[in-house]
Design a protein around this ligand. Structure first.
Ligand SMILES: [Zn+2]
Length: 72
């Protein structure tokens, strides 16, 4: 289940919400002030792997060996 990142417009708190792909909350309650004046923060990484070189099989940009914490 993916995480979505949000920022609170009231207090500036950044927090993550775990929700199903097809049920992304628009304005979840802030984890700090519990208000719903929040907006999603869009990550910079591309969804779908536009810059990926084929399908990575057991390696990542960090180790290229498939044995670091990012791989597993
Ligand atoms: Zn807040």
């Amino acid at each position: 289940m993916p995480y979505y990142e949000y920022r609170c417009r009231d207090c500036g708190q950044r927090f993550e919400v775990r929700a199903p792909m097809n049920a992304k909350p628009e304005h979840p309650a802030c984890s700090h002030c519990h208000r719903t004046n929040t907006q999603p923060v869009y990550s910079t990484f591309a969804i779908g792997g536009a810059g990926a070189k084929g399908s990575s099989s057991g390696s990542c940009a960090t180790c290229s060996g498939g044995s670091c914490s990012t791989c597993h």
